[in-house]
Design a protein around this ligand. Structure first.
Ligand code: KG4
Ligand code: ZN
Length: 339
C-alpha cells in the first residue's frame, strides 16, 4: 500500500510518501518546508502568517515529494492528512488539499490525529512493538502519559495541568532571549552548562498522580534571573542546564513510576521534545537500571518534530483497519482529543 502523508497543523508544511506492507512501513520520500525563519522575529508562531505560508508551500512540497519518490499519483492508494489538533487555519490548508486530491485522483482519505502521528513515528523503526506500551508524549502543545493496549487503543494516565513541556522550553528560551523554537537552543546551551549549579523546582513530584505542571517552573526561572542577575551577565548555559534537568527529572520520574505500576512491556517517547538527547539518554539509563526487562523506544530524530512521515505511518495503520473518511465529510478539528 502506498500512502501520501500531509501535515500542516502548525508551522511545518510537509508531505511524505511511504510504502506499507505486513505492518512495516518504508519511507520513500519526505519533504518538510519549515517556517521557522518566518516566525522567529515574532518569538513564536503567528497563526495567520503560518496559514498563508502553507498555501504558498503545499503544492511545491507535494510536487517534490512525488518527484523524489518517483511515484505517480495513479500508484497512491491512500491520502493520510492531519485533521487536528492544531491551528485551524493551518489545518484547513492540509485538509482542503487532501480533499481536492481525493476528488481529483479518486483516492481514499484517512484523517489522522496529529498526536497519534507523533506516537506512530515509533512504529517506523519498531514495527513489532508489543503492548502494553506507555507513551510519554511531549510536544509544544501536549504533555501526556498515554497507555496503549493495542493499535489505536489509548488510555490517559496523566497530563499537564498548564503548560506543555515544549511550551516551557520555548518560554524559558524567550526569557533568556536565545531564540525560537526554544528546545533545540536550550539543549545546545545546556550541553555547555552545569545542571547542578542552580536548582529549579521539580513540580508535582510530591503528588501521588501522573500529572505534570510546568508553568511554575518557567516562572521560577524568570524570578531567579530577575532576583539574582538584574543588570548583570546572566549565566545562560548553567540556567539552561538546570532548567532542562528539572524538566527531565519530572518527566522521567513520572514515566518510570507509571510504568512500574502498569507493568508495561515497552516505554515510548513521542513529540518534538523527544528529540532532546539529554532526555533520551536520562530515560534510557533509568529504565536500564530500574526496569531492566522493559523495552525503551524512541522515534528517529527525523520523525520527532512535526512531519508528514509520521502522519503517513499512522495513516497506514488506520488504513489497514479501513478507517477511511469520504472527502465530503473530512473536516479539520483544531481541538480533536486523541482520548
Ligand atoms: O511536536 P512538535 O514539533 O510540535 C507540536 O506538535 O507542538 O514540538 C515542538 C516543540 C517545541 O516546543 C520545541 O521547542 C520542542 O518541541 N523541541 C525540543 C527539542 N526539539 C524541539 N525540546 C527540547 N529539546 C529539543 N531538542
Ligand atoms: Zn507536533
Amino acid at each position: 500500500m502506498i500512502i501520501l502523508g500531509i501535515e500542516t497543523s502548525c508551522d511545518e508544511t510537509s508531505a511524505s510518501l511511504v510504502h506499507g506492507q505486513a505492518g512495516k512501513v518504508k519511507i520513500l520520500s519526505h519533504v518538510i518546508a519549515s517556517q521557522i525563519t518566518t516566525h522567529v522575529k515574532y518569538g513564536g508562531v503567528v497563526p495567520e502568517v503560518a496559514a498563508r505560508q502553507h498555501v504558498i508551500k503545499i503544492i511545491p512540497v507535494l510536487d517534490s515529494t512525488l518527484k523524489q519518490a518517483k511515484v505517480k499519483p495513479k500508484n497512491i492508494d491512500v491520502i493520510a492528512v492531519t485533521r487536528g489538533p492544531g491551528l485551524i487555519t493551518s489545518l484547513r490548508v492540509g485538509t482542503q488539499t487532501a480533499k481536492s486530491l481525493s476528488f481529483a485522483w479518486n483516492k481514499k482519505i484517512v484523517g489522522v490525529n496529529h498526536m497519534e502521528g507523533h506516537i506512530y513515528a515509533n512504529w517506523h523503526d519498531h514495527p513489532n512493538t508489543k503492548f502494553p506500551v506507555l507513551c510519554l508524549v511531549v510536544s509544544g502543545g501536549h504533555t501526556e502519559l498515554i497507555l496503549m493496549t493495542g493499535h489505536g487503543q489509548y488510555q490517559l494516565i496523566g497530563r499537564t495541568r498548564d503548560d506543555a513541556a515544549g511550551e516551557a522550553f520555548d518560554k524559558v528560551a524567550k526569557i533568556l532571549q536565545i531564540g525560537y523554537p526554544g528546545g533545540p537552543m536550550i539543549q545546545k546551551l545546556a550541553a555547555q552548562g552545569n545542571p547542578s549549579k542552580f536548582s529549579f523546582p521539580r513540580p508535582m513530584l510530591d503528588q501521588d498522580n501522573y500529572d505534570f505542571s510546568f508553568s511554575g517552573l518557567k516562572t521560577s526561572v524568570q524570578y531567579f534571573i530577575k532576583k539574582e542577575f538584574a543588570g548583570k551577565k546572566v549565566p545562560v548555559n548553567d540556567i539552561c542546564a538546570g532548567f532542562q534537568q528539572a524538566v527531565i527529572d519530572v518527566l522521567s520520574e513520572k514515566t518510570i513510576s507509571a510504568s512500574k505500576k502498569l507493568k508495561v512491556k515497552n516505554i515510548m517517547l513521542a513529540g518534538g521534545v523527544a528529540a532532546n538527547s539529554a532526555l533520551r539518554n536520562h530515560l534510557d539509563k533509568r529504565i536500564n537500571k530500574e526496569l531492566p526487562g522493559t523495552g525503551y523506544l524512541v522515534p528517529p530524530l527525523s520523525l520527532c518534530t512535526d512531519n508528514a512521515g509520521m502522519i503517513a505511518v499512522a495513516g497506514y495503520h488506520r488504513a489497514t483497519q479501513k478507517d477511511f473518511t469520504p472527502w465530503p465529510k473530512l473536516a479539520a478539528d483544531p481541538n480533536w482529543e486523541l482520548i
